[in-house]
Design a protein around this ligand. Structure first.
Ligand code: SF4
Ligand code: SF4
Length: 104
């Protein structure tokens, strides 16, 4: 049985002895706690005016980073977890997702 240990990352107030070990799964279901969007070098940009809400982009995102609201419509990306793979950009038939370098 696993106990939920607090995950600690590098920060000025965290001692090195307390940092969560790399390569360790402290418990199941913790992926959403890791902000993997930090890895991104390319960034998708949703062009709302071109979007037809076909939702073809939604199932192809490997990081579940295309957010759907209560009415079933896509909204913006979850940039905490989008890794900028560009799959959604390729699949959109209406060119409603631009792809730019991160930081531009
Ligand atoms: S695939 Fe393109 S048009 Fe369809 S919902 Fe996604 S962004 Fe909108
Ligand atoms: S770029 Fe990749 S990770 Fe980001 S929303 Fe599109 S499919 Fe998902």
């Amino acid at each position: 049985m696993s106990s939920k240990k607090e995950l600690k990352t590098i920060a000025p107030d965290v001692k090195w002895q307390d940092i969560t070990e790399g390569g360790v799964m402290p418990y199941a279901g913790n992926a959403e706690l890791f902000k993997t969007g930090d890895w991104r070098s390319m960034r998708p940009v949703w062009l709302q005016e071109k979007c037809k809400q076909c939702l073809l982009c939604y199932p192809v995102c490997p990081d579940t980073s295309i957010l759907i609201d209560e009415s079933g419509k896509r909204t913006d990306f979850d940039f905490d977890h989008c890794k900028g793979c560009g799959v959604c950009v390729k699949v959109c038939p209406f060119k409603a997702i631009d792809f730019v370098e991160e930081g531009k």
